[in-house]
Each structure stands twice: as C-alpha cells, then as structure tokens.
Design a protein around this ligand. Structure first.
Ligand SMILES: Cc1cc2nc3c(=O)[nH]c(=O)nc-3n(C[C@H](O)[C@H](O)[C@H](O)COP(=O)(O)O)c2cc1C
Length: 334
C-alpha cells in the first residue's frame, strides 16, 4: 500500500494534513469517490470508479462535483500551508479518471479569509434536520453569490413564489421517478443505516428527521424502512433559502469547477453560521434536469440545489483514512 510522501516541497506530515482536509468534502451518499497519487512535484486527484453510483448518478456528474469539492479543500489547505496551488483540470483526454493535477505555483501568505474557510472545512456538515424560521439576511445571500463567482460559476437564488412552486414540483417529480427505480433505491439502501460501511455512507444519526408526504420539499429519505412517526413541532422551516449552483458549460471540467463553487458556497455559509442540505433529485433525472435548465433560461447548467438556513448542530459523518485514498504512482507521467 502506498504511503504519504513529500510533495510540492511539503513534508509528509503537511501533505497528509492537506489530503485529510480534501477528504472532509461532501460527496453524494458519502461515497468519497476520490483517490490521490502523490509525486514529488504534484498531487493528482483521481476518480474512484469503485465508488460510482451508476443508477443515481449515471453520468458521474455528482462524482465530479464531489471531487471538485475535495479539490477546493485541497487548494485551501495548501494555501494555508503557504503554497499557491497551480491546478489543471482534466489534464489528459486518454486518462479521464485523472480529474485534476495540482502543482507548486509559488509561495503565498495565507490571508484571514482563507484561514476562515480552512477552519470551516471541518466544521461544515450536511444538516438534514429542520432549520429555525429566521430568514437568511440579504448580506449573507450576497456573500454566497460572490463565493460561487470566485470559482467561475453562478449561484442562482430562487426568489419568487412562482419559481419556488415550479422547483418544488420538479423536485417532487424527480423524487417520484427515483422512488420507482429499484436500482436507485438499492444504491440508497446500500449507503444508509446498518448497510452503510463503517467509513462511508450516511449513518442514521446524520439522517435528520424522516421526510413525510406533507413536507413542502421532497427530501431524500436516509432512514428507509424505519417506521417511526415524526414528533410534533419537528416540521421543516416554512421558507428556506434555496439556491442552485450553475456552470456556464456542460462538460466534465465544468462539473469540477461547479464542485469547487459548491464547496466555496458551503464553506462560506459555514463561516456565516448557516447550515445547508441538498435537493439533488432534479439534477439526477436527466429529463427533469433539462426542464430545470429551460426554467433557468437555457444558458446556465444547473449542477446542484442547496437549502440553506439556521440550524442546530449535527454530528459529523465518517471518512476513509488518508492511507486508503492513495493510489500507487505508475511510471507514466501526466
Ligand atoms: C453532489 C452531491 C449531492 C448530494 N445530494 C444529496 C441529496 O440529494 N440529499 C441529501 O440529503 N444529501 C445529499 N448530499 C450530501 C451527502 O450525503 C453528504 O455530503 C455526505 O453524506 C457527507 O456528509 P457531510 O456533508 O455531513 O460531510 C449530496 C452531496 C453532494 C456532494
């Protein structure tokens, strides 16, 4: 099994810390679909095909979004260690599993904003529980929009009643398609409850409350098969902030950029005391995604939908140890 070595001029201890930060990124069903190859002059970020979810994520779009989130964490961690990361996305046509290569781009002094985002990496988590009714202030919304722009992506803020109603309908439609698809349900069951692995999947403690048909938004059920009733007073907030992370192009590199934007939005939200969860069903069902894209005007490519608000603390989900994420460096150089 490969071990952590020096890379980019950093000692193994710092390389390990940077990879650990990368591994704390969110990923669809907590699949952690990333692997790393370490070479003295670069860190390569690979897709882990064994972690793909062919029914839920047939185009591996969410695999790339998740890996893009890990890439942003890696960039921020390197920045805090004084290194300016020089990143190439999808560097080789012949090797589509190599999603990014990070090289030494010079030395840099970490600023306060970077340090705050790095601190948010371990504090951030997906919060599926109901939020309190306090609305998200406009200045927080602006900060989230700027966070997506900083990663060359777009944050669409759902703001009218009509648009909210339309999106609720699309989420419900896609949710229904997925409930009727045994392969999608099998992937969910394999990632939840006692069938999830010790180091991956969504444990029951992170599932939030059990979604119910009366809920306005159709949330994915991470407690399938558990027959408990929701307690009184545990309903979802009436008016969460709903945003859609969008890219300007529709190709694998755009998915990686959108993943970095998604993560910068989530980390920025964490620094502002906001909680977030996902409503991914419309992205995962291609005809519904096409309709969502038309709803947005046809130019933007919707990549992920987030629900934001003020929530109570929730526990972290497990991660694979850094050593399990390393791939042997083959002789062929990228
Ligand atoms: C691209 C993507 C899509 C996701 N979709 C959903 C979703 O539809 N519903 C949900 O509850 N969580 C969703 N998640 C959240 C993951 O389940 C979560 O990131 C993972 O379990 C790790 O937990 P953490 O975010 O608390 O670290 C998604 C995450 C990513 C990156």
């Amino acid at each position: 099994m490969p071990s952590v070595i020096s890379a980019l001029g950093l000692p193994p201890r710092d390389v390990r810390a940077a990879l650990h930060a990368a591994s704390l990124a969110p990923s669809v069903h907590n699949s952690q679909p990333w692997r790393f190859v370490l070479r003295p002059d670069r860190v390569e970020l690979h897709a882990d095909p064994d972690r793909a979810l062919p029914a839920t994520d047939p185009e591996q779009r969410e695999l790339r979004l998740s890996t893009g989130a890990a890439l942003l964490n890696l960039r921020l961690a390197l920045h805090e260690l004084g290194i300016r990361p020089l990143v190439s996305l999808m560097p080789q046509r012949r090797a589509p599993d190599v999603l990014a290569v990070v090289r030494f781009g010079g030395r840099v002094q970490p600023d306060a904003a970077t340090k705050a985002l790095v601190a948010a990496i371990s504090a951030r988590r997906t919060n599926r529980a109901p939020f309190v009714e306090t609305p998200v202030p406009p200045q927080h919304r602006h900060a989230l929009v700027r966070a997506a722009e900083a990663e060359r992506s777009w944050l669409h803020v759902v703001s009218t009643r009509d648009e909210t109603a339309k999106l609720k309908g699309l989420v419900r439609r896609a949710h229904g398609v997925q409930l009727a698809d045994p392969a999608v349900q099998a992937e969910l069951a394999a990632s939840t409850g006692s069938r999830a692995g010790f180091r991956h999947g969504v444990p029951p403690r992170s599932a939030g409350v059990r979604p119910e048909p009366r809920d306005e938004w159709a949330f994915r059920d991470f407690l399938p098969g558990e027959p408990h009733e929701r307690h009184a007073g545990k309903d979802y907030e009436s008016d969460p902030l709903i945003v859609i992370v969008c890219s300007f192009y529709d190709d694998p590199a755009a998915d990686l950029s959108a993943g970095q934007a998604m993560q910068r939005v989530l980390l920025t939200a964490t620094t502002l005391g906001l909680s977030a969860s996902f409503l991914s069903q419309p992205i995962e069902v291609p005809p519904v995604r096409d309709e969502l894209r038309r709803t947005l005007g046809g130019t933007l490519v919707p990549q992920t939908i987030l629900r934001l608000g003020f929530g109570l603390p929730v526990p972290p989900t497990p991660r694979r140890p850094v050593e399990d994420l390393l791939l042997e460096a083959k002789s062929a150089e990228i």
